[in-house]
Design a protein around this ligand. Structure first.
Ligand code: HEC
Ligand code: HEC
Length: 170
């Protein structure tokens, strides 16, 4: 009986350690893409994944029609980036794309995204990389500012009842 208590403690200790280890791994995998719009994005991703079968690792600009900022990525990487942009802004593919023509530059957010992509790269390569009192690399992604929002919160001029700044209609 005297031995049983410490033995029980050890068993409980080991088993809780094992469960903590496995759940946190699963959670961190789930956190990356899990949002309520994932199912909608997955619909389009699946169609594209099917259409590029066998060409997953081919350079994206020879598989797709209008690749500029993502030159150098594979077709599969481009699709994964699309999902991550959607996740970062809390949107579906429709926010940036004409769903009948994904290569179209007409949707306003399409070219805006290219500018944001270049801006983020410059931020990382030029500004954050030059911070001297931080342990490098210091990096930011779309999610750092957007945090699942179309527009990051700001303290800029507040206009009209809903607090939104005037801008061309979305
Ligand atoms: C935040 C805006 C944004 C979101 C959200 C987004 N895309 Fe894109 N997508 C772009 C931009 C910008 C490009 C062009 C990339 C470049 O210039 O290299 C692009 C390119 C593409 C292309 C290549 C089109 C071609 O023929 O050249 C495909 C396919 C694509 N996206 C699919 C998707 C799918 C599927 C989703 C949803 C899961 C999605 N995108 C979500 C902005 C977005
Ligand atoms: C340093 C912060 C920051 C980062 C990083 C960032 N953005 Fe933005 N983004 C903003 C701000 C601020 C705005 C609002 C600009 C405005 O209209 O005043 C914005 C606006 C946008 C818009 C237009 C949204 C709308 O409703 O009009 C898109 C699309 C966008 N960002 C995509 C991206 C993508 C994709 C990435 C990653 C490649 C990214 N952003 C990275 C700060 C950021």
């Amino acid at each position: 009986m005297k031995l049983l208590v410490p033995v029980l403690f050890i068993i409980i200790g080991i088993s809780s350690f094992v469960t903590i280890g496995t759940t946190s791994k699963k959670d961190s995998e789930a956190i990356v893409w899990k949002d309520t719009l994932m199912a909608d994005r997955e619909k389009y991703l699946k169609a594209y994944k099917d259409s590029i079968r066998g060409k997953e690792n081919v350079a994206a600009d020879s598989v797709f029609k209008n690749i500029k900022v993502l030159k150098g990525k594979s077709a599969e990487q481009v699709l994964s980036i699309m999902n991550s942009w959607g996740h970062a802004l809390g949107v579906t593919c429709k926010f940036c794309h004409d769903l009948n023509n994904f290569a179209s530059e007409k949707p306003r957010h399409f070219n805006q995204t290219r500018e944001m992509f270049d801006m983020t790269n410059r931020l990382n390569r030029e500004i954050l990389a030059s911070l001297k009192t931080f342990r490098q690399p210091v990096v930011m992604g779309c999610i750092s500012c957007h945090n699942e929002m179309k527009e990051p919160p700001h303290d800029g001029p507040k206009v009209q009842g809903n607090g939104a700044r005037p801008r061309p209609g979305n």
